[in-house]
Design a binder for this molecule. Structure first.
Ligand SMILES: [Fe+2]
Length: 210
């Protein structure tokens, strides 16, 4: 169970490739801006792309999807149903993910957590001891909730769920804002929003994100 992080584009987006070392089967998370770099890495490592996983549908996370679906239109593209209306074009292989699902992509098994707030269909993916948090949880920060479809109340509930994850799991965010990676143990100590959610301080959380 391996992962590689890529910082791409003008907004410090983080894309990821995850793969199984034995089967060489892989998934790409939030391909955007410079998808050729992701493809180049997969080629170098001899990886076979099984699917695209989208944490949410904002353009800076999905603008590289058609690079992969162009040559293989049936490639599965996973996105929560509540964000699918935001896609300018729906890929032929578009599939919905649901909370608690154990998604199978070849030999990969990927956990799905629905974590609305930044967008109604934001999800976090869990694979190999890491959680890919998109724009829900950043290092020391939380995602914006002042956008169309955002909800601070939903984000609080999502943070309550995230605060229950094991300390040893890695946080792999969707942007490199205050850093590129951390662990839930460290974030529960130092991320104000995770701390407030962990201790049930809903009103303080809503004030802090407001
Ligand atoms: Fe976003």
């Amino acid at each position: 169970m391996k992962r590689q992080q890529f910082k791409l584009g003008p907004m410090d987006n983080l894309s990821y490739i995850i793969w199984d070392e034995a089967s060489r089967e892989a998934a790409v998370i939030d391909p955007a801006w410079e998808p050729a770099k992701l493809a180049e890495f997969m080629k170098k490592e001899g990886l076979q792309l099984q699917c695209v996983l989208l944490t949410h549908a904002h353009p800076d996370h999905v603008n590289g999807v058609d690079f992969f679906t162009g040559p293989t239109p049936e490639l599965p593209v996973y996105l929560h149903e509540a964000d699918q209306f935001m896609l300018p074009e729906k890929p032929r292989g578009l599939k919905a993910v649901a909370d608690g699902e154990d998604l199978k992509a070849g030999t990969l098994a990927i956990g799905v957590m629905h974590t609305p707030g930044h967008t109604p269909g934001s999800v976090c993916y869990r694979y190999g001891g890491a959680v890919f948090t998109g724009d829900t949880l950043f290092i020391g920060e939380c995602g914006r909730v002042d956008l169309p479809g955002s909800s601070a109340e939903d984000l609080y509930e999502s943070f309550v769920k995230l605060a229950a994850l094991p300390d040893g799991e890695a946080v792999c965010p969707g942007h490199s804002y205050n850093g590129d990676k951390s662990t839930f143990g460290v974030q529960k100590e130092y991320n104000l929003y995770l701390k407030l959610a962990r201790t049930g301080r809903r009103e303080d959380f809503l004030k802090a994100v407001g």
